[in-house]
Write a protein that binds this ligand. Structure first.
Ligand code: LLP
Length: 416
């Protein structure tokens, strides 16, 4: 269950009528539910229970300050992949000491910023990156806490664009070379080897690939111990899937319990989680208005005021997200539509072949849009980015204003 439900046929976000939000703030608009975010975050924290752990929300899924702040208030850690994400975490009141820094291409400036801020750990993906972090740490006279991302070579069985744990991917260090790379890291003067991490992909709907990866990583921890390298934390990455259509991913409790079952004789090994989608996807919707109905010979189109620049997942990954009328009492005859935006690209669609009882002026909600929605939005076709609203109980709050036209050319200059 999430917090977007019909009451007397009207879609509500918690206790706020979605149509009222549209009337007040216009469309397209992202709407998030604070209660949903909190519930999804707490599912990890509660399931981990007494085992030492840190939930590091993956900022890339949704980096709005209001969203980050809700989690910061719960005591969340954060998984970041850029200096920009670190700045957001700090601005939102997050604790840098609970930040892990992932990503294959950290710049010297980003490493310096993270060291000065005092982050919890760098998740390192290559030997040149070890050298770079060591160099920057030496210049600042600091010790950099590091973990090495191991690529366990397991098939996450998800979309190839979001599968990251195979040898063919650019991520992490191959399992076979991991021991040697750890020894190298341990030999560098300004690195402090602390952890191990892996992340095999996103939108996983089965537990087994996680377990296969965990088994490989635990075996490596034992090898490292034998080689005199002590590992104090294990970062299992993110990747837990959600229900968009009829997927049946394991519940967070089930997933965490399966991991913990492997750690019974490792009570001191701190577990770090990097969930993004499983916290945010179903904590948000995108609402949009039907501008025109266009009936073609082969297809009917519902042309709406949201587009691929607002939500690119359908275009980019052929992702299916449910599209529902905000007013479910509509009694018109339903027809089958491609729900498309106004952008000049054939790939600009939010959904295809959807049966909907709609007419121009009606409101639609694209479900499961809280993760990788706004964060992947752009200004393509010089469209201003949508307003973001967070509902808390019976109150909607603007957590990001709709952009103005002048925002479109902010920082641009004419030649003299
Ligand atoms: N940790 C690392 C190192 C990651 O690369 C990712 C996601 C996460 C954690 C969070 O994974 P999650 O729990 O959200 O699955 N834009 C795509 C998803 C890209 C995921 C990239 N990495 C989409 O819209 O489906």
């Amino acid at each position: 269950m999430d917090f977007f439900n019909y009451k007397q046929d009207q879609l509500f976000a918690e206790d706020v009528n979605v149509a009222d939000i549209a009337a007040q703030f216009n469309t397209p608009a992202y709407i998030y539910s604070r209660a949903a975010i909190e519930r999804h975050w707490q599912a990890f924290d509660t399931a981990a229970g007494e085992h030492p752990h840190l939930v590091c929300y993956a900022v890339k899924a949704n980096s709005n300050l209001g969203v980050l702040n809700v989690m910061a208030r719960l005591g969340s850690g954060f998984d970041i992949v850029s200096g920009g994400e670190l700045a957001r975490v700090i601005e939102a009141g997050g604790d840098p000491a609970k930040v892990v820094f992932s990503g294959v291409g950290k710049t010297e400036a980003e490493i310096e910023y993270a060291l000065e801020a005092g982050i919890y750990c760098f998740n390192v993906e290559s030997e040149p990156e070890l050298d770079r972090i060591n160099k920057v740490a030496a210049e600042l006279d600091k010790q950099a806490p590091i973990s090495i991302r191991v690529n366990p070579d397991v098939d996450a069985k998800t979309h190839p664009y979001i599968s990251t744990g195979l040898k063919a991917n650019k991520f992490g260090i191959e399992r076979e070379r991991a021991l040697e790379v750890y020894k190298y890291a341990a030999s560098l003067s300004h690195l402090n080897v602390q952890g191990i991490d892996c992340h095999i992909g996103s939108q996983l709907t089965e537990i087994q690939p996680f377990i296969d990866a965990l088994d490989k990583v635990l075996a490596l921890i034992d090898e490292l111990k034998a080689a005199g390298i002590a590992i104090s934390h294990l970062d299992v990455g993110g990747g837990l899937g959600v229900t968009y259509a009829d997927e049946k991913p394991p519940a967070t409790e089930e997933y965490v319990a399966a991991l913990k079952a492997k750690l019974t004789d490792r009570a001191d090994l701190k577990l770090i989680f990097e969930p993004g989608r499983s916290i945010m996807a179903n904590a948000g919707i995108l609402i949009t208005k039907v501008e025109f109905i266009k009936n073609g010979e082969e297809k009917n189109f519902a042309i709406v005021d949201a587009a691929m620049n607002d939500l690119i997942r359908p275009s980019l990954y052929s992702a299916w997200q449910n599209i529902v009328p905000v007013d479910a009492s509509l009694t018109r005859e339903a027809a089958v539509y491609d729900v498309v935006g106004p952008i000049c690209e054939t790939g600009d669609f939010l959904g295809k072949d959807r049966k909907l009882p709609i007419a121009a002026g009606d409101l639609l909600a694209v479900r499961s849009s809280g993760a990788y929605g706004f964060t992947m939005a752009s200004n393509y076709n010089s469209r201003v980015r949508a307003v973001e609203i967070m509902v808390d109980g019976n109150k909607p709050y603007v957590v990001r204003e709709r952009e103005q036209l002048t925002d479109l050319w902010k920082g641009e200059q004419l030649l003299p």
